[in-house]
Design a protein. Structure first.
Length: 144
């Protein structure tokens, strides 16, 4: 299986400030913004050269406390940081990637509707759960 990095997904409780940070201070452009995306206020794609970020708000009712104090940046004890939600890689053949992983003995996958490979917004994807809990999204080549 050949992997090519596709994107990192970051969840934020302060959508406007997060988008402004990546656009204004790091030079990203807004590629695609979707209000009301699957129970989220926003899901937005940013791009800077070959780097892509998916910025999303928490699903309604799943908002978390900020991980750091806004004034000092110090950690807030007991807060669950929004932060990184998944890493995404492109594979040429998603079905073959799943077969290869299953043959090798990997069993930790996220499922949707009882399926390991499913579609979101017209893109086929597979979510693999890494040993430390990181969600690794594999998808076939597509624009977003």
């Amino acid at each position: 299986m050949t992997l090519r990095f596709h994107h990192a997904c970051i969840e934020t409780n302060d959508y406007a400030a997060t988008v402004e940070f990546y656009v204004r201070f790091l030079g990203f452009d807004i590629e695609h913004e979707t209000p009301g995306f699957h129970g989220r206020a926003y899901n937005t794609w940013l791009r800077c050269g070959d780097a892509r970020l998916e910025i999303q708000t928490p699903k309604a009712g799943n908002e978390t406390a900020p991980a750091t104090a806004p004034s000092s940046g110090d950690p807030v004890p007991g807060a669950a940081p929004p932060g990184l939600r998944h890493l995404c890689f492109v594979v040429d053949d998603l079905d073959a990637a799943l077969r290869d992983m299953e043959r090798a003995g990997w069993t930790r996958f996220a499922e949707k509707g009882g399926k390991r490979i499913y579609e979101v917004e017209g893109n086929r994807l597979l979510k693999v759960i890494a040993p430390e809990g990181t969600v690794i999204e594999l998808r076939e080549p597509a624009e977003i």
